[in-house]
Ligand binder design. Structure first.
Ligand SMILES: [Mg+2]
Length: 260
């Protein structure tokens, strides 16, 4: 009797298939196939972290700021925009002194180990990084976060959420100094990565950093994650893919973005 045919594997999106082909080619050359993943607003959404801090401020000062407390209680992660002031003004806050005070409260907490753990992974990010890892790619978490202030919280969240980390075939790269601009730091890291493997893929939410990677590694699969980014970003270069959710890069049957 003929056994039933195994179900055909779901096809991979073209960008993912290209990335996996790049990984295989680098491995065949005997090089580490490095795939660079930014963290903030790329693998992770920072909206929950910001919202948690805004609500903490509201709860801390609830006795004297009743209306603000009520307003913050109604906010959800989807109401968080790039920048605390923009978020508060969009929510209807008009008091500039209050906005400045909340901004300072946020800045004292946002870039810390404890609050980094409030972040949640973006849709499909864990699955995509594991797909890359299982194909032989070396995930390189390259972030503008600083190691003195944020390494422990970053590693805790990555491990908790199921990202491959802590093994010989992963890399976790944070800034030694929080004051170095991200673009300057990442350009310096590129010089090092070049000597230690083949960068075959890069993912970032900042168009300027995607351009930096594409210009440094023209053969790499570079993907812009269209979540949020700093104001005044340059135009994206040609041959850079755009996704909103990592689920767009997974095999078709591995996800469902239909109605809830
Ligand atoms: Mg980022």
């Amino acid at each position: 009797m003929t056994p039933p045919a195994a179900p055909a594997a779901a096809p991979l999106p073209e960008v993912t298939a290209g990335l996996l082909a790049n990984i295989r080619a680098a491995a065949e050359r005997g090089h580490d196939p490095l795939v660079v993943f930014d963290l903030d607003e790329t693998l992770y959404s920072n909206d929950h972290r910001t919202l948690r801090i805004l609500q903490e401020y509201a709860h801390t000062h609830a006795a004297r700021l009743g209306a603000f407390y009520d307003l913050m209680g109604r906010l959800s992660p989807g109401d968080v925009h790039y920048g605390v002031a923009t978020t508060l003004r969009a929510a209807g806050v008009r008091d500039d002194a209050l906005i400045a005070d909340v901004q300072a409260f946020w800045a004292a907490r946002f870039f810390t180990n404890a609050y980094a753990q409030v972040d949640l992974a973006r849709s499909g990010a864990v699955e995509l990084v594991n797909l890359v890892y299982e194909a032989g790619g070396v995930p390189c978490y390259l972030t503008g976060r600083d190691a003195p202030g944020m390494l422990l919280g970053t590693v805790t969240a990555l491990q908790r959420d199921g990202f491959p980390i802590g093994t010989v075939d992963t890399r976790t790269i944070l800034k030694p100094d929080a004051t170095t601009p991200d673009a300057v730091y990442k350009a310096a890291v590129i010089t090092h990565l070049r000597r230690t493997g083949d960068v075959v893929g890069a993912f970032d939410n900042e168009p300027g950093l995607c351009n930096l990677f594409k210009r440094a590694f023209p053969q790499a699969t570079v993907v812009w994650v269209d979540s949020s980014h700093a104001p005044g970003a340059p135009t994206l270069d040609a041959d850079i893919a755009t996704v909103r959710h990592f689920t767009e890069l997974l095999p078709a049957r591995a996800h469902d973005r239909g109605e809830p």
